[in-house]
Ligand binder design. Structure first.
Ligand SMILES: [Zn+2]
Ligand SMILES: [Zn+2]
Length: 328
């Protein structure tokens, strides 16, 4: 099973500016001072292996959309602007003869309907192709109303009814495990304005939890939290936990309490307790620069060490970026 990140920002897209690109080039040229490169291969090797991530790449721009790959049918979480890129990639595969012209099946699981989680759908080209099947799932009621409203005047010129794929909306039962696309899927209600839901996907003995837009207190804020905290069971032993860690600790605790998002501190504490194997921080704050996000990842690793009495811990930690792929 592989997980591909098409969009990792929270709240709204964050484009990279001309000034940011310029600064990256200055740093790259400084790092290359005195070096000579025989060919493009040596240059690319230098970029990939010697430049820091924040110089050679970027955490990215698109809002929430991930794909879980294991089978012929698309398994997607959320329809942020990353969904547009997923759709365009699918169209490229058709041009290359690697996907059929129509008849593809897309399962999209919706955490909730804040703009950053729905705004890619009107630009999702496969939804306009007759013969494709689009299934949109969630635990909220009236799923269809939300999508129809987004594509109504004066918000968008093309109505949902103009999308020619077979689009159906399915409200799932939170008390039951669903079998979809060869996966077993369960859900959990999360603390977030208007309520959001997390999803757990299992197949072939592997598991992934997508838990975006959820607020958890840190241990120091809620010392009474015990084994009955439902998320410990939901996250238990999961191979990959994709976790909303939008804020640094200061913001999460001091200025943005009750905004519906968590910090890396809660991410580490819950992951260790639930024996998560790999943690991926997600829903990146749009005002944070690449350097700030990189520092956040370092802080998270340092906090894991402190939390584990300065002993090494097997938990692997990533901070999600657009275009990242994780093998589970
Ligand atoms: Zn969000
Ligand atoms: Zn939200």
């Amino acid at each position: 099973m592989r997980v591909y990140f098409w969009g990792t920002r929270g709240s709204l897209p964050a484009s990279i500016t001309a000034e940011t690109v310029r600064k990256k080039i200055v740093r790259a040229l400084n790092a290359a001072k005195g070096r000579t490169f025989e060919d493009d291969g040596e240059i690319e090797n230098f970029i990939d292996n010697e430049l820091p991530f924040t110089v050679s790449k970027t955490y990215g721009s698109n809002t929430a959309c991930i794909e879980i790959k294991n089978g012929d049918e698309y398994m997607i979480c959320d329809a942020g602007t990353g969904l547009r890129d997923l759709g365009n990639h699918h169209m490229k595969l058709i041009e290359q003869g690697l996907q059929p012209r129509s008849g593809s099946i897309f399962h999209i699981f919706m955490s909730h309907f804040h703009w950053d989680h729905i705004q890619g759908f009107p630009f999702f080209t496969p939804a306009y192709i007759p013969g494709n099947q689009i299934r949109i799932y969630g635990y909220h009621k009236k799923l269809k109303n939300v999508f129809a409203k987004q594509q109504s005047q004066p918000y968008f010129p093309v109505p949902l009814t103009a999308m020619n794929a077979d689009i159906q909306f399915v409200t799932l039962d939170l008390g039951k495990t669903a079998a979809i696309g060869g996966f077993e899927i369960s859900g959990i209600e999360q603390k977030h304005p208007g309520v959001s839901y997390g999803f757990r996907f299992q197949k072939d003995g592997k598991s992934v939890v997508y838990s975006s837009d959820a607020e958890h207190k840190t241990k120091s804020e809620s010392p009474a939290r015990d084994e009955s905290y439902p998320f410990l069971k939901f996250f238990k032993g999961v191979d990959l936990l994709i976790f909303d860690a939008q804020y640094d600790w200061n913001e999460a605790v001091l200025s943005k309490e009750d905004w519906g998002h968590s910090s890396y501190v809660a991410a580490v504490e819950l992951s260790v307790k639930a024996k998560v194997k790999r943690l991926c921080l997600f829903h990146n704050e749009p005002t944070y620069t690449d350097d700030k996000l990189d520092a956040l990842l370092e802080d998270t690793k340092n906090y894991l060490s402190v939390y584990n009495n300065r002993k090494p811990h097997p938990l692997v930690i990533d901070l999600a970026y657009d275009g990242q792929e994780i093998e589970v």
